[in-house]
Design a protein. Sequence first.
Length: 290
Amino acid sequence: MTPRVLTTTEEVREALAGPGRVGLVPTMGYLHDGHAALIRQARAACDVVVVSVFVNPRQFGVNEDLGRYPRDLDRDLAVAGAAGADLLFHPEVTTMYPDGYATTVTVSGVSGPPEGHARPGHFDGVSTVVLKLLNIVQPERAYFGEKDWQQLAVVRRMVRDLNVPVRVVGVPTVRAASGLALSSRNSYLTPEQQERAVVLSRALWAVQEAAAAGERDTARLVQAGLEVLARDPEVRPDYLTVVDSDMRERERVENDPMTRVLVAARMFGVRLIDNVPLWAEERWTGGEDA
Ligand code: AMP
C-alpha cells in the first residue's frame, strides 16, 4: 500500500490520534534497501509505521551537497510502501524551521571526532532535527542505521540525557553484493565507480583481519586499513579510526563488542562513510583479496 503523505505537524497529530504503538524511521529520502530494512523492522514491532523524508539543511556544511542531494518522492513512496510504512511525513523546510526559529540541540563529547570534527556543526543539525521529529511523531520506537555509527551514538546520548521517552533501535548496515554499504549518495557514482568504492569496505575488512590475527595496537590496525586505501589513487581518506563506544581512539584495542572501525573518504568528488565492528563473528570474505 502507498503510504499517506503528511506535510504538517497537525496532520501528523491527527493521523496518530488513535491507539497503537508508533514506530518512526527518520530519513533524508531517496530510499534504498538500507532504509527498507529499518522500515521492515519497524513494521514487525509497531502498529503504525511513520517514515519521515526531510533533507535537513541544518546538517549540511556550506560547501556540502545540500543543493544536489537526490530527491524522488514517488520512489520514496514506492519503497516505503513496499517495506510496510503507513505514513510518510514530508515537511517543508519552513514547517520545520519557521521564521524566528532559534533553538539548537548540542550533544557534547560523542558528537566530536571523527565525523563531527570532519563536519563541524553536522551533529547539531542531526540532533536538533531528530529531537523535533521525535516530538512531532512521539513514537514508542525510532529506528536508525548502524551505517551512520556515530549518529546512532549521538542520538542515543541525546535520548538518554534529555529523557526522551523513546526506544532507539539500531539496525545493521545493508550492503550491495560487492560489500559496498548502500547509501543515497552512491547515486552520485557510476556503477564502475561504485565497484571502485568497495575499497572502503576492503580497508575495513583488513583492519578486522589484522585484529583477528592478534594485532592490538590501534596505530598498526589503522595502518593496515590505510594501506588498502592507498592502493587506489582516487581515494582521498578523511579518516580511518578504531573507536570505543564513546568514539574515543585508545592506544590499544579492547576485546569489547562495541569497538568499531570507522572510515570516511572522498572518491570521485563524493564523500563516503562506512564502519564495521572490529570483532566480527563473520567477516566479509566476498570480493577481491584485501
Ligand atoms: P539517510 O537518509 O541517509 O539520512 O538515512 C536514514 C537512516 O537510514 C539513517 O538512520 C541511516 O543510518 C539509515 N541507513 C542509511 N543507509 C543504510 C544502510 N545501508 N543500512 C542500514 N541503514 C542505513
